[in-house]
Design a protein around this ligand. Sequence first.
Ligand SMILES: [Zn+2]
Length: 300
Amino acid sequence: MKRLRLLGQWVFHCVKVGRVLGIDVRIHWSFWALPIGLALVSLPHGWPLAVQAVVLVLLFYAQGVLIHEYGHALMARFYGVKTRDIILTPIGGIARMESLPEKPAQEIVIALAGPATNFLFAIPMALVLIALRAVPFATVQGNPPLFQRWTDYAWALTIANVAMACFNLLPAFPSDGGRVFRAFLSLFLDRVAATRVAVYAGLFVAVLIGAFGLLNRVVQLPFIALLFATIGQMELWMVRRQAAIRRRPRLQSALIHPHVAVRMVPPEEGFSGYSWDAREAAWVEWRQGFPVRICRLYLP
Ligand SMILES: [Zn+2]
């Protein structure tokens, strides 16, 4: 048991790097696989390219990924849903919310707020770069291709933000687009059915993305597809469980007022225990011939 807990601590281990707008930002240990992997892949082409790759990925996380997650978190806050923290992983960020918005319209707005912030950065940035007559990657020189000016980095960030927003808008649950699709379905279906349809539609898209990745040798894509499929199944399980808990019969009990108690007759003198009261359709708890509590079961 202790070993299992240690394994759990290790698997979910994150390091807090700061707190912005009242939300902790944490880095999951696996995040470092991304810059280290990129550096190793680019190193045979020279260390300047490796440094450039690492700088680009760190810049993108510090800007694109963070503003995307803050978009979700701040919109959720607007609807009264708290965000525990934002975790950075090699496949993007996760804004961990303390509860899920139940109203479909709120879920749609919160899901769209993430990609919207990416566009809010990318569109003005592109306009500034166009105004400065900075053609995308015009100053990239040499073999390996190295960025020469800050505008190259700015263009790379702009394109990465647009790509991130578009990828997240794919209707592959649990992506943002998938959440919008689920919320739209829950206008006509109950939450479990809506989630099931969205998860299986997401699974279909994930298989397509994975197959595309395998055929084109983009190794990250099958990995992302597998992760999407797993998270989708986990969310479906969670929504089913929440629905089952909600359907469970509940016990409602109340103390009996002494004025009412004196009019009630115990099953036998000095009775202690429970008796069924047919008129009230409830159980009555007795203590030494005195009724103390009335209990009802009700189905929500
Ligand atoms: Zn998102």
